[in-house]
Design a protein around this ligand. Sequence first.
Ligand code: MG
Length: 279
Amino acid sequence: MGKQFGHLAPYGIEVVGRTIRRGMVEAGVFDFDGTISFLRAGWQQVMGEMMVRTLTEIERWESEEQVAAAVEEVIERTAGEPTISQMGELRRLVAERGAPARSAEDYKAEYLDAFGVRVRERMHLVDSGPASVEDYLVPGAVGALRWLQARGIPMYIASSTDQTDVEREAGFLGVATYFKAMYGSVADPNAHSKARVIKMVMERHGLHGPELVGFGDGYVEIQNVADVGGIPIGVATDEARPGGLDAWKRNRLIVAGADVIIPDFREHERLLAWLFAEE
Ligand SMILES: [Mg+2]
């Protein structure tokens, strides 16, 4: 199994080694945050601060460093899962420390409030001039969406962010119209799980295996696309330094089953032409 993509290596497109069946793509599924949008970049920091604050309110012998390490472990392990299950982990950490835990819904509301403030600040920076929409778009993402749209490929968003937030933020960034549908978290945590959305898309279009391409910066969507035999493309965006490659994400995406790793979509024309066997 040779590196089919070796010749593309100088362009930052990395093939992870499995044979990829090209020229078959009929639909695409995209994660939203970290894959298309940077509006929620740095969620780990906001969630981490909120979790540490909650746990340090509990009186016990633990140092702040120990609390921070426990929180970091949870955040790294659950990145990409719905917020409500991440807050379930916070409940567990609180209960393990012998304190009465609030409901996961309660914790989630507190976290979203803190995060909402940050997202609104970013939108305000755009509305009032100092920032532009491009600052919060993953480089090349719009070009990739246009390329796929020009070929009539139906595209979907599968996000673990709340549906209403995904819709608002995709609209704000001007990308909503590229998608046939956008699925985010709703009250029933299983209704729009990424695995479920992928299954719905495949059924709706009667797809098999490599007829589906999936793009994401989280292990959940990459694993879900790999599980159905689709083509998972890991987008290892560096949220702190857009344009760079996040080595931690890259390694995690490879373990999850990514066929290809890209740092962002700047080389989308090369990647997509190859994937569609147009070159
Ligand atoms: Mg993501």
